[in-house]
Write a protein of this length. Structure first.
Length: 459
């Protein structure tokens, strides 16, 4: 059986790899202890510490989905500062890497998976001394599975094609279930990838707290909400509806935007009442750059009674362009977690597709009554195609700059009435991304394929 000291050696090795890739994932944690033997994860507190490592990526999500989506509009000055990879992703190039270039959008989620596996392997060797320790061990195991599911899901949403439930041949991503970094793992199928993600979210869910005292930790609330998201991306609408319903039964609190202060630099506090699970998009050159604009087409969607523009947008020197300031992180980081508004919209869409139209309307009404100015009156119940159109519109407006749009664009490709052609223009050149284009699956870093041979995405 693999011992804990060997596990730590692998943690240290991964940290060195992370530092080499510019992640800085582990240096503070390791350097904070003069005797590295003290940081060998052997106690329940050690395992909790690994899962709480927000600074090391456990609550950080990739950025490529945001860059590739139609949420942002990057100005020329910002484009000149972006890396080769970021520029290539923004313009949907077929080849997005320089020679021997790694990609934090691939490595960071797998680092999350690795830490989760270290905890799971360690707990497998841990012997609880009493019922209190056994209960805590079960909670930590469920928490580690939650993070492993998150990491695999993040990679799947970027480096695999749009999911089609009718196909058996779609390639997913490598599914790592051990902390042995020397193990070669090929690409699972798409369905196998989703099956493991669902298993990890469901296994031991009942041992999680109903709601976490610290929203950056997993909970039953977060796991049910995440199941609702995953099932939606799988086009499994009945399951998405039921999971979202269970999450909202725990807590469906929304902030009333009429009661908030729109003059603040950042509109929302950190860990506010809508935070189901805290996460943020990884920091990069575009995060605080003044030329990271909101797509003008998105800005144009809001009407005069909508309060969201007052909290989401900041004026710039150009009257036609706005920066985004409505981050649910409470600061300049973009929110990459799960919030109640998304769960409501997941329920509404899944409900509209499975015969729960009254419940879908109720979710929409509840959301809009907390987002609109005085004088707003619910337009009345929607049905059929009109209901779906309303849900998709409100989803677009509500979840801007949340790292969700790219996932939505990919799944919309399966429906001709929802599929969107994306366009970018810069100077005298232009770029187009058609629905179901193979470039919706990002190129896997060639350096990773050299280390762990697997089929490359066809772009």
């Amino acid at each position: 059986m693999r011992n804990i000291r060997y596990q730590f050696n692998k943690i240290y090795l991964l940290c060195q790899l992370g530092l080499a890739m510019g992640l800085g994932a582990c240096s503070d944690y390791l350097d904070s202890k003069p005797d590295r033997n003290l940081v060998i994860p052997t106690t329940l507190d050690d395992f909790q510490g690994l899962l709480d490592a927000e600074l090391y990526g456990m609550n950080v999500v990739p950025m490529s989905g945001f860059i590739a989506s139609d949420d942002p509009y990057f100005g020329s000055g910002l484009l000149a500062r972006l890396s080769f990879n970021q520029n290539a992703v923004y313009f949907w190039e077929k080849e997005i890497y320089l020679p021997d270039e790694n990609d934090v959008n691939w490595s960071a989620p797998y680092q999350k998976v690795f830490y989760a596996n270290v905890v799971l392997d360690g707990l497998n060797e841990f012997s609880p001394q009493n019922q209190v320790e056994e209960n805590r061990m079960l909670e930590l195991e469920a928490s580690a599975r939650f993070y492993r599911a998150m990491g695999h899901f993040e990679v799947l949403m970027l480096f695999a094609e749009s999911f089609d439930p009718s196909r058996e041949d779609q390639l997913g991503v490598p599914i790592r279930l051990t902390s042995d970094i020397n193990q070669k793992v090929g690409r699972a199928t798409m369905k196998e990838s989703f099956a493991q993600i669902l298993l990890d979210l469901e296994e031991g869910l009942e041992f999680l707290p109903v709601q976490a005292d610290i929203p950056s930790r997993p909970s039953q609330w977060a796991a049910q909400a995440m199941l609702g998201r995953v099932y939606l991306m799988m086009h499994s609408f009945e399951e998405s509806y039921q999971a979202s319903s269970r999450a909202l039964a725990i807590d469906n609190t929304l902030m009333n935007y009429r009661e908030l202060d729109s003059t603040l630099t950042y509109s929302f506090e950190r860990m506010h009442p809508e935070t189901v699970f805290y996460g943020r998009v990884m920091n990069s050159r575009f995060t605080t750059n003044g030329e990271n604009y909101v797509n003008p087409e998105l800005v144009a969607l809001y009407d005069s009674l909508d309060m969201r523009p007052f909290f989401f947008f900041r004026e710039t020197g150009d009257s036609a362009l706005y920066n985004f300031r409505g981050n649910y992180t409470g600061d300049f980081y973009q929110f990459g977690g799960i919030a109640t508004d998304e769960v409501l919209l997941n329920l509404a869409e899944a409900g509209a597709r499975t015969g729960y139209e009254a419940e879908a309307n109720e979710a929409l009404k509840y959301l809009l009554e907390n987002r609109m100015a005085e004088g707003y009156v619910w337009e009345g119940d929607f049905a059929g195609a009109e209901l779906m159109e309303k849900i998709i519109l409100e989803r677009r407006k509500e979840l801007a700059f949340r790292d969700i749009r790219w996932m939505d664009l990919k799944r919309y490709n399966l429906y001709s009435e929802l599929a969107i052609t994306l366009n970018r223009e810069f100077n005298e050149s232009s770029a187009t991304l058609l629905p179901n284009d193979s470039r919706y699956a990002l190129e896997i870093p060639p350096l990773e394929i050299n280390l762990n041979p697997m089929p490359q995405n066809v772009r």
